[in-house]
Design a protein around this ligand. Sequence first.
Ligand SMILES: Cc1ncc(COP(=O)(O)O)c(C=O)c1O
Length: 437
Amino acid sequence: MNNYKINLPESEIPKNYLNIMYYLQKYLGKLPEPPLNPATMQPAGPDDLVPIFPMGLIQQEVCLDEFVPVPEEVYEIYKQYRPSPLYRAYRLEKFLGTPAKIYYKYEGDNATGSHKLNTALTQAYYNKQEGVKKIYTETGAGQWGSALSIACQHFGLECGVFMVKTSYESKPYRKVIMKMFGAEVDPSPSTKTDFGKKVLAEHPDSPGSLGIAISEALECVVKSGGTAKYALGSVLNHVLLHQTIIGQEAQKQMSIAGDYPDIIIGCCGGGSNFAGIVFPFLADKLAGKIKNLELIGVEPDSCPTLTKGEYKYDFGDTAQMTPLLKMYTLGSDFIPNPIHAGGLRYHGMAPLISFIHHEGLMTARSYKQEEIFQAGVDFAKAEGIIPAPESTHAIKAAIDEALKCKASGESKTILFNLSGHGFLDLKGYEDFLSGKL
Ligand SMILES: Cc1ncc(COP(=O)(O)O)c(C=O)c1O
């Protein structure tokens, strides 16, 4: 009998996050270069980060322990929606006529519809622990903002979200969700901050970008007199760390299926869902437990950070307020075209993902918007799930790999992360179906 869905019991939710830094240091003997304070060009220490993040998260940025415990209160909330299901895509395989075995881990089956809730809860928890009253953040497509809004609600914190203007306009119901959960939501660039006003004065029609929205959120934190802090939905080590519960669950589910992936694929915006599914498997590879494992990061053609960016120190935001991060970057002033995959419109890439790419431990590729929407529609027809435009990048690569297997007759095992659903991204699908993209 075919098992379409591999579920784990609640008791199998990972009790720890898995720290890839431990494995990189132990088996590769190297770590990514540290963030720098732009004024001194010296490694940024905790003092540089204290005004922005709670100490519990700052410690996780530099932690080298193999495991970091999931806080008990966060674990209790994870029980509402984790473990997430792993699906075998039998119908997609049949549609493609491929001998490849395709699996996907579905992170869209929770309150806000993507993997972002996994870290939003942990970040809200540590802020609450340290007496913070309000968290400011940016959001692209609105998935991260929705996740942080409900996380703040759970932990009794206020939440302020700067939503990139192009998504604010094309995905109006995301804003409603955030407001329902009690958050303030402003389109970015906004007139609420000096930086937003400056951008609007120079470019009144600016579609916005994640870099600009981050600057606006940081400005509010700086002006809050110490009562507010900032939370980032991707990029930083602690965010990637929290997402490793995805890959740890997937490892158990793949073992129930009696399989191990040859190829793992994730879309890459800032790198967190890719890291989440990949790092536990990469840890196995670094430890020499497996030999062949191909990791593929997928990004949009209009924001090709890993495929066309430069590996260098750059700012994480457009106003250049953050420490300098060593990463693949298109430049902190790069404004990508307003594509529907708003969560992938970031000029940089997580330093950890940039590092493993630079070390040749993964490959990257990019696709055009028309190609990924076609893959999203094919996937929806076969599997019945409407994927987020971000996630369709991973689907397109999985389909291409499965078609290569069809041509070669190989039966590779492909695992990809379906990072979110696309119920609030239907404008993009409408544009695609009516030929308006
Ligand atoms: C559904 C979904 N997938 C992927 C991403 C990209 O972020 P990351 O690369 O951090 O996973 C986003 C970002 O908003 C998202 O909403």
